[in-house]
Design a protein around this ligand. Structure first.
Ligand SMILES: Cc1cc2nc3c(=O)[nH]c(=O)nc-3n(C[C@H](O)[C@H](O)[C@H](O)COP(=O)(O)OP(=O)(O)OC[C@H]3O[C@@H](n4cnc5c(N)ncnc54)[C@H](O)[C@@H]3O)c2cc1C
Length: 400
C-alpha cells in the first residue's frame, strides 16, 4: 500500500469514528445542522453541541487547516494528503467544522509575512476557532481604489494610534480581532500603507451593523477613535502593507472561487422547474427554460474544471496567482445566473418571503438570490477583477 493509500485508510477510519452523525449530510438531522454555520470566536454559541465537538476534534488534529505546519497547530499534511482528506470528508458529506476569515485569508499571509511571535500567537487560535477575525480594507472613498485609504496610523513612540473609518466590514460586530490596512505615510499612496492586527475590544473601536435588503445584517461601518495598538502588531514592514494586502486578496478570491458562492445550494434547479412548470417525458416542459438551465449546467461544469486547473497551477507555483480573478469573476456570474434561474422557475412562488406553503430550501433560495447581488462586488468587483485579468494574466497594456 502506498503512503497516500495508507493515509486515506487512516483518515477514513478517523472520520468515521469522530464525525458526529448530525454533522453528516445524510443524517436525518443534517438539515438542522446545515443551518448552523460555525464561525467560532470568543462569543460563539452552539445550537448543536455536536458542532462544537466536531470543531474541537478536527482542530485537535489540525485538520481545520490541514496544510499549515504542525508547529502552528495545523495538520502538517502535504498537498496530496490534504486532497485525500477533502475527498474523504466529501465521502461522508461532513459539514465544514469551521468558517473563518482567519483560515481563508489571514492565516496564509501570516505564514508568508509574519514574524515567529506573531505566527505562534495567532495561527493556533485560528486553527481552533478561538478568535474570529474581520477584514478592515474598504473605506468610504476607498473600495476598488483601495490604495486611497485614509485611516491614519501614527507612531506614538511606544504604540500606534489609529483614527478613521472602515465600511462593509463583514461581521465586525461579531469579530474578536481585525486585520486592517492603515495609512502610515501620507506622502506616498501605495508605499504609505501598512498591515496591522488589533483587538476589536480595544477602547475606541465601534462597529455599527448595516441592514440589507435580504433582512440580514452581515456587515458594519467600523469607526476607530484614538485606538491604541501595540507596535508588535504590525505585520511585515512599516509602509510595506500593500504587498500583503494584494496577496491576501488573492487568497480571498481563490477561496471564494473554489467553494463557489453556493446560492440556492441544496435544491436542484431541474426539480424546481419541473415542480412549478411541469414536465414532459421526464424533461422540463418549458423548452426555453430547459435550454437555459442546460447551458448553465455546462458552464458550471466548465467552471469546475477551470478551478481545478488553476488550483493545480497554484500548487506548482506554491500559492495563488492573479488567475484567481478569473474564477472570482466567473463564480460570481454563475451564482447570480443560478439564483435568477431558480427564481424564474419558481414563478410567483418566488415572491414569497416567509410563512407556510414553501418547499424545503425555497425561502433560503429566495434570500440567496438577493444575497447573490453582492457576489460581483465583494472581494473586488467584477470590473476590477476583469482589469486584473487583462493586465496580470493576459499581459495587456495598462493605458491608464
Ligand atoms: C457582501 C460584501 C461583503 C464585503 N465584505 C467586506 C469586508 O469584510 N471588508 C472590507 O474591507 N470590504 C468588504 N466589502 C467591500 C468590497 O470590497 C467593496 O464594496 C468593493 O471593493 C467595491 O468597492 P466600492 O463599494 O467602494 O465600489 P466602487 O469602488 O466605488 O465601485 C463602484 C463601481 O465602479 C466600478 N469601478 C471602480 N473602479 C473601476 C475601474 N478601475 N475599472 C472599471 N470599473 C471600475 C466598480 O466595478 C463598481 O461597479 C464587502 C462587500 C460586499 C458586497
Amino acid at each position: 500500500m502506498s503512503d497516500l493509500e495508507a493515509f486515506r485508510s487512516e483518515a477514513r477510519a478517523w472520520l468515521e469514528a469522530n464525525c458526529p452523525a448530525s454533522m453528516r449530510g445524510d443524517s436525518p438531522s443534517a438539515t438542522e445542522a446545515e443551518n448552523e454555520i460555525v464561525w467560532g470566536g470568543r462569543r460563539a454559541t452552539y445550537r448543536n453541541p455536536e458542532a462544537k465537538l466536531w470543531l474541537d476534534r478536527m482542530a485537535a488534529r489540525g485538520w481545520t487547516a490541514p496544510t499549515w505546519p504542525r508547529e502552528y497547530g495545523g495538520g502538517g499534511l502535504s498537498r496530496d494528503e490534504a486532497k485525500v482528506l477533502t475527498q474523504e470528508i466529501g465521502r461522508i458529506k461532513a459539514q465544514a467544522p469551521l468558517f473563518s476569515f482567519g483560515l481563508w485569508m489571514l492565516g496564509p499571509v501570516l505564514l508568508e509575512y509574519a514574524n515567529e511571535e506573531q505566527k505562534k500567537e495567532h495561527l493556533p487560535k485560528i486553527v481552533r476557532g478561538e478568535i474570529r477575525w474581520c477584514q478592515g480594507y474598504s473605506e468610504p472613498g476607498a473600495g476598488s481604489d483601495l490604495a486611497s485609504l485614509r485611516t491614519r496610523c501614527e507612531d506614538k513612540g511606544d504604540h500606534y494610534l489609529i483614527n478613521g473609518q472602515k465600511v462593509w466590514t463583514s461581521y465586525a460586530d461579531q469579530a474578536d480581532w481585525i486585520f486592517c490596512l492603515v495609512r502610515t505615510d501620507t506622502a506616498k499612496k501605495h508605499e504609505g500603507i501598512s498591515f496591522i492586527l488589533f483587538d476589536m475590544a480595544s477602547p475606541g473601536v465601534e462597529a455599527r451593523p448595516i441592514k440589507l435588503i435580504s433582512g440580514n445584517s452581515p456587515f458594519c461601518e467600523t469607526f476607530f477613535s484614538d485606538v491604541k495598538v501595540p507596535k508588535a502588531n504590525l505585520v511585515g514592514k512599516l509602509n510595506g502593507g500593500w504587498e500583503i494586502a494584494k496577496r491576501l486578496l488573492q487568497y480571498e478570491r481563490q477561496n471564494i472561487s473554489s467553494g463557489g458562492f453556493g446560492g440556492g445550494a441544496g435544491i436542484e434547479l431541474e426539480e424546481i422547474a419541473k415542480h412549478y412548470g411541469g414536465a414532459e417525458n421526464g424533461k422540463i416542459a418549458d423548452g426555453d427554460l430547459r435550454a437555459r438551465i442546460a447551458q448553465h449546467r455546462m458552464e458550471a461544469k466548465a467552471f469546475a474544471l477551470t478551478v481545478r486547473r488553476i488550483e493545480e497551477e497554484a500548487k506548482a507555483a506554491k500559492g495563488p496567482s492573479p488567475a484567481t480573478s478569473i474564477i472570482k469573476y466567473a463564480a460570481a456570474k454563475l451564482n447570480q445566473e443560478r439564483c435568477e434561474l431558480m427564481v424564474e422557475a419558481m414563478g410567483h412562488q418566488a415572491l414569497g418571503w416567509s410563512g407556510e406553503g414553501f418547499l424545503e430550501g425555497e425561502i433560503a433560495a429566495m434570500r440567496g438570490m438577493l444575497r447573490s447581488k453582492g457576489n460581483s462586488i465583494e472581494g473586488g468587483t467584477s470590473e476590477v477583477n476583469l482589469n486584473v485579468v487583462a493586465k496580470r494574466v493576459l499581459g495587456l497594456l495598462d493605458h491608464q
